[in-house]
Design a binder for this molecule. Structure first.
Ligand code: ADP
Length: 459
């Protein structure tokens, strides 16, 4: 319909302008011919010594043969008719006086008289003043105009029919692939995310759309798979301490026991409960860091201050863990140490990586270096532990992944993936270098608040 209405508008404009220009062209050329006739007759009348009225009548009768209903009349200064030629002798029309007077004042005047076009011309020389009116019916011109209007109407109707038919076929051709894609999308559900849309061979927009939807489906499928694995791992981690608690309670309730035995059981259960609570806490933090950043409290965070608080916090969690802070090349401007983000989450990310450095090294010492570089804040967290095997480095940021040589040390395998999630949320990135037997270095690069607001505003 849109296509047809565009064509309709174009046709109306084209046909309308063709008719208008033909109409004005006919009228102008007819006016010119009438004016010339009036001038010629006036000149012949002014030379009455040479041309007698009978001769002038003969001349007028033989001019403008193609016109119908011709008449030419001349009026003197008192508006008395002094000459008349008419195709029909019964034609005794008298032109209105006001037109004659106006012609004397304003010059050539065009007007229509009945179905005839007329021109009145004021001719004056030293001794002859006359207003000559020539009128005629432009039969040929008007017939041509009627013919033209039939042609235009016919072309207009034909054009509209063609536009409607072409629009219908065109939109059908355009919409069929769209409907096919929509039908194929309908078949895909959460249970059937492996389904894909058939993209043809061509390089048109429909294939592009189909490929884009397929890419989206790949991403969704990956996302669902990650979620499924996450839920299964989380359930497994949650069920381990719960099973342990349940079996300990079962055994101790089997028979009457000494108070000291109950105490041992309760201490063990307390440990399991603490593990459960740590795990649920981490899962909650995970959910927070993975969700919509719009729901987070965002503020300016001074990274050097966050790092200064870390050693005390880490030692409080485990007496044997130590942290050494090295602040290198600290900038004079405070802004270069400010990050836009959620302070609590940033502390969690840095604490997780630092705790790992202490946990997985024999001397339980983590060294943190802070280096400011242009619009980036680089935090290096190093240890002298046994390192991470190269082939496992790419996996350590996956949820619940634990490196094979460290399974004896307690953990859920969530710390690094949570840290990675948080740093990504702050538009930063984490890199890791590790050498077996020598140690591991994590490098966290965070954009400064100024840099981030220049780019996007906030995380
Ligand atoms: P968790 O420490 O709870 O196991 P993480 O996600 O924090 O889980 O770490 C994943 C794995 O990466 C750990 O199991 C550990 O083997 C390895 N890892 C992390 N940091 C270090 C480190 N500084 N040195 C050696 N191995 C590390």
């Amino acid at each position: 319909m849109l296509f047809a209405s565009i064509v309709l508008t174009i046709l109306i404009l084209v046909c309308g302008s063709i008719y208008y220009f033909s109409y004005t062209n006919r009228l102008n050329s007819f006016k010119t011919r009438l004016t010339n006739w009036a001038i010629t007759t006036s000149r012949l009348l002014s030379q009455s010594a040479v041309f007698d009225p009978q001769m002038i009548l003969t001349i007028d009768a033989s001019t403008m043969l193609a016109m119908k209903g011709k008449t030419v009349q001349a009026y003197d200064e008192l508006n008395n008719m002094i000459y008349i030629y008419s195709d029909s002798t019964a034609d005794t029309i008298q032109f209105p006086k006001d037109i004659l007077n106006r012609t004397r004042k304003e010059g050539d005047t065009y007007f229509s008289f009945g179905n005839r076009d007329a021109i009145s011309h004021y001719y004056h020389d030293k001794n002859f003043n006359v207003v000559t009116v020539a009128a005629a019916f432009d039969e040929v011109g008007k017939q041509k105009l009627v013919q033209l209007s039939y042609i235009l109407l016919f072309s207009f109707a034909g054009g509209i029919l063609i536009a409607i038919a072409a629009g219908y076929l065109f939109s059908k051709g355009l919409l069929i692939p769209l409907r096919k894609i929509a039908d194929e999308i309908k078949e895909i559900s959460v249970q059937n995310l492996a389904g894909r849309i058939k993209a043809g061979e061509g390089k048109d927009e429909w294939n592009y759309l189909a490929e884009t939807v397929n890419q989206l489906l790949y991403r969704l499928q990956d996302g669902f798979e990650i979620h499924r694995r996450f839920i299964s791992n989380a359930s497994h981690e949650l069920s381990t301490p719960l099973t342990s608690i349940s079996s300990q309670l079962e055994i101790s309730l089997n028979r009457e026991r000494e108070a000291s035995e109950y105490r041992v059981t309760m201490e063990s259960i307390h440990q399991d409960v603490r593990q459960l609570s740590r795990l649920t806490q981490t899962l909650l933090e995970f959910a927070r860091a993975s969700g919509d950043p719009g729901g987070l409290e965002i503020d300016l965070v001074r990274i050097d201050e966050v790092l200064l608080a870390l050693p005390g916090e880490i030692t409080k969690l485990n007496q044997s863990h130590k942290v050494k802070l090295v602040f290198e090349k600290l900038p004079d401007e405070d802004e270069k140490l400010l990050v836009f983000g959620n302070e609590e989450l940033l502390i969690t990310a840095l604490r997780n990586i630092t705790v790992n450095a202490c946990k997985y090294s024999d001397n339980h010492l983590a060294t943190i270096k802070l280096v400011s570089q242009n619009n980036l804040i680089n935090i290096y967290i190093e240890d002298e532990g046994k390192g991470i095997p190269e082939e496992e480095l790419q996996n350590i940021f996956q949820p619940f992944y634990r490196v094979s040589n460290n399974r004896n040390i307690k953990g859920f395998g969530l710390g690094l993936s949570l840290a990675n999630q948080i740093i990504k949320l702050h538009k930063g990135q984490i890199n890791v270098h590790s050498e077996m037997g020598k140690g591991t270095e994590f490098i966290i690069a965070l954009p400064t608040a100024g840099n981030l607001s220049k780019k996007r505003g906030s995380p």
